[in-house]
Design a protein around this ligand. Structure first.
Ligand SMILES: [Zn+2]
Length: 402
């Protein structure tokens, strides 16, 4: 009997050592992230901005879809737009006029329809504008590529970022004072062009570094969108990560509030309603906000069939979500960040409900399941979840909505 006890004790101890050595950062993220008391959803759509390309029609169509969807209390879903301020443009394409690259800005005449539409949808309150970048690429790298390619054969027309190869769609590849100043300046350019003070920044392709982050912070930005990790470098299509397990509500090294995108709605890639609903379900069960990434390429694709399909599926998704989650709240990322900073009432303070969410978070983490069992973490959480059910059956108030 004593041998069995020693064996169990050793197994528990070894499991804890492994958990703390290998999974400490992930476990910390799971247990430190606040638990929401009701489903919160945010759509975030990147890459809108300089150049016309018919963006005005697509933006107004999305706005109409949002207006036609009513959530509890008569509110509408919020669809945040990540805006780029400049697009490349090729002029001259002949022996007499060799190719030259310039950059078309959102304030230029080539973008006048888009600018008007962006301001219109922003001021409707349904599609707030946030900073994606002054450029979605390193300007010198884009120029070098475009001088040697056939992209932009139509002279003097802006080129959509999506037409550039993915490997050069990254803006921040180097650290240092120059990058910091460039990051700060894009915040003031955003305000000069749009008359809107951005609060949230979405780093293009999620590659950024400390200098860039310091620049954004010093320019007044408050919130940083992340995929839960930070990529500090990119070579070709290889990304290099230096920070993992970023969670909602975590302050970055420069003091920006981090939020984490955790769902995708990209019909042009085949990520449609059912796949998105599964991700929404998982996030809600984990007590996390659902922050859905959906690029403009779905709604501004050269293939009109893809666009029509995306609009239709967005309508379907909103309809299903509002039915499945009648107590759903849709916020802007800036608003959600403010709630995290002020510890607003949207968070659940019930200890037992937190444990319920932590159990679900562990279920979708990379932490080894056997270690969780042998260490006693899962059995303890299961026992406490059982207590929650007993309290519900005893007629106590539903702790999920305390
Ligand atoms: Zn982008």
């Amino acid at each position: 009997m004593q041998i069995v006890l020693w064996f169990v004790l050793m197994l528990v101890s070894v499991s804890w050592v492994f958990l703390l050595v290998k999974y400490r950062a992930e476990l910390k993220a799971i247990f430190c992230e606040k638990v929401l008391s009701r489903p919160v959803i945010i759509f975030e759509s990147d890459d809108w901005g300089a150049g016309d390309f018919g963006q005005d029609a697509s933006l107004r169509r999305i706005k109409l879809i949002l207006e036609n969807c009513r959530l509890q209390g008569g509110y509408h879903p919020v669809f945040v737009l990540g805006v780029n301020l400049f697009s490349p443009c090729v002029s001259g394409d002949s022996l007499a006029m060799p190719r030259k690259i310039k950059f078309v800005g959102l304030a230029d005449v080539e973008s006048s329809n888009t600018l008007a539409a962006l301001l219109e949808v922003h001021h409707s309150g349904l599609m707030p504008l946030e900073l994606h970048g002054k450029y979605h690429f390193d300007p010198s790298e884009a120029e070098e590529y475009l001088l040697d390619s056939n992209v932009g054969v139509e002279p003097d027309a802006a080129i959509m970022t999506e037409e550039l190869p993915p490997s050069i769609q990254t803006r921040w590849k180097s650290e240092g004072l120059e990058s910091k100043l460039d990051a700060s300046s894009e915040v003031s350019v955003f305000f000069d062009v749009l008359g809107v003070e951005p609060q949230v920044v979405i780093p293009p392709t999620f590659v950024w570094n400390d200098s860039v982050e310091d620049g954004w912070k010093e320019a007044g930005m408050l919130t940083l969108m992340t995929p839960g990790s930070r990529y500090y470098s990119r070579i070709g299509n290889d990304f290099f990560c230096d920070k993992e397990h970023i969670y909602n509500g975590l302050y970055s090294h420069s003091g920006l509030m981090c939020l984490v995108r955790n769902a995708y709605f990209e019909p042009y890639k085949g990520v449609s309603v059912s796949a998105c609903l599964l991700q929404i379900k998982q996030a809600v069960e984990c007590g996390r906000p659902v922050i859905i990434e959906t690029h403009r390429w779905n709604y501004l694709n050269p293939d009109k069939e893809i666009c029509e399909n995306s609009f239709s599926l967005l309508e379907q998704l909103l309809g299903k979500v509002s039915t499945l989650y009648p107590d759903l709240v849709s916020l802007s990322s800036a608003h959600l960040s403010k709630l995290y900073r002020s510890n607003g009432l949207i968070f659940n303070a019930s200890f037992l409900v937190k444990l319920d969410s932590f159990y679900n978070r562990l279920g979708c983490s990379t932490v080894n399941n056997w270690l969780l069992w042998f260490s006693g973490v899962l059995p303890s959480l299961l026992f406490l979840r059982h207590l929650i059910r007993i309290s519900k059956n005893a007629g106590l108030s539903d702790p999920k909505y305390v």
